[in-house]
Design a protein around this ligand. Sequence first.
Ligand code: N01
Length: 538
Amino acid sequence: MTPQKTTAPVDMIIVGAGFAGLYQLYRARRMGLSVKLLEAGDGVGGTWYWNRYPGARCDVESLDYSYSFSEELQQEWNWSERYAPQAEILRYINHVADRFDLRKDIQLETRVASANFDDASARWTVITEAGERFDGQYLIMATGCLSIPQPPDFKGLETFKGDWYHSANWPREGVDFAGKRVGLIGTGSSGVQMTPVIAEQAAHLTVFQRTANFSVPAQNEPLTEATLAHVKAHYAERRALGREAVTGQFLSANDKSALEVSDEDRLKEFEFRWRGAGGGFRMLRAFNDLMRNPIANQYAGDFVRGKIRATVKDPVKAEILCPKPDLPFGTKRLCVDTHYYETFNRDNVDLVDVKAHPITEITPTGLRTTQGHHELDAIVFATGFDAMTGALLAMDIRGTGGQSLREKWAAGPRTYLGVSIAGFPNLFVIAGPGSPSVLSNVVHSIETHVDWISNFIEHSRSRGTRRIEAEQAHEDQWVDHVNEVANQTLYPVGNSWYLGANMPGKPRVFMPYVAGVPAYRRIIEGVAEKNYEGFAQA
Ligand code: N01
């Protein structure tokens, strides 16, 4: 690759055109900055551009999982369902790009290979895989937490004569499974969402499950005109409630311990959250100690196991689907489904426990486990992502003195406030490790970060400083704090991608900040009020 000539310098380079990158571009423009946004895909949308698998939809309600920065936008857009499908979310993001005339600063089909900070000029040089060079004062990583798919690493895959797909790299034209025998590997959110849909299309579906995860019903439904009108008339209140909710989405949290109520009342609360008026992540807010107290947590786990056994008619399948005691409820990202467990009552759906009988190889005609061979026409991998750090470490990012981010993060990610990295001046990460990020309504967290970063840059420029850099001591304290609060919860017990446990060889560090959105916002606002304490500004 021969580096090409540098394009005209800009104030800000943004990497990624998902929810985060687009809002950062909007804010930077309003601050009068010149901006270039680089995006690997040939369209905007980030996660919602790539993840087009059947059944893909958000698991945070669309009325919350949407931008709040523009009153006009939230008044004019009509979500069709409580949890909008992928295609609708992608239409929304495209609408935002058009409505705010963002496309003129976006360069598509441009994957960043490296970024180098120059100490003398306090500027970043970004080089793309095609060898194009960009020069910017600020570098904003809006690269997403779940954007680098875990490649399927199965012996014999190259010999398979059928077609295979990864959930995060789905053919744009869709896939017709009619008449096919389909194998699905992976039962996280992606696998759980696509199972009922593929089961309806395919002649036969075999789900290969390694770890039984907890899934709760979404209770998805169409949004009526009356509901939309009501929400729009009170949108400011809804957003304000979201800001004060632990996850950035109001889910009527119950501030009681699961241990302080009677068995009957506990069951009533769980039932309420499982059924129509509840649904989705409301279950996690049923009691205030589900993620802290192992007994409270077990009550929730037992409740869901009871539901699985009551739903799945075949007791052998039901037991395989029941999460085991070594996985506390909610410590792997809770799945939110529509008829997932019911699907295993269909005649054309089988379930294979690949923890008990591991996959040994993919063959030309299917897949072999230690127990036998399964004939398949197509294989779907819903095997997840190199989460939170994958996209950042896929690039060769070098800060002061040429230090490499890959080396700095060799033992796990280290940030100050989840937004900045000591030794990497003028670089900000949106909704990255060390922030509430994936434990929250991420669109809310994105807006919080973009607003905070933008205000900081405005503040710095108004004072004539050119360089912003997190101080090492403050970063160390933040990392300790993130670990300390995580260790007060049950989260680190689950072998989840939150910990990097899904990637062979990845360091096990609990990456998101668990103290919740309001607590986090108060911390970063406090830092700003103290002239951005913990940052060197020169
Ligand atoms: O990935 P995952 P995902 N052999 O890592 C299994 C977001 N999301 O794409 O648990 C056999 O959760 C693996 O098994 P195990 C959401 O934040 C949101 O489903 O490692 N199995 C697991 O079952 C979510 O959490 C939505 O034992 C193998 C599965 O593959 C995140 O994205 C929708 C295997 C991977 O599950 C990731 O979800 C979709 C192997 N070699 C995703 N390797 C919304 O609803 C892996 N597995 C918004």
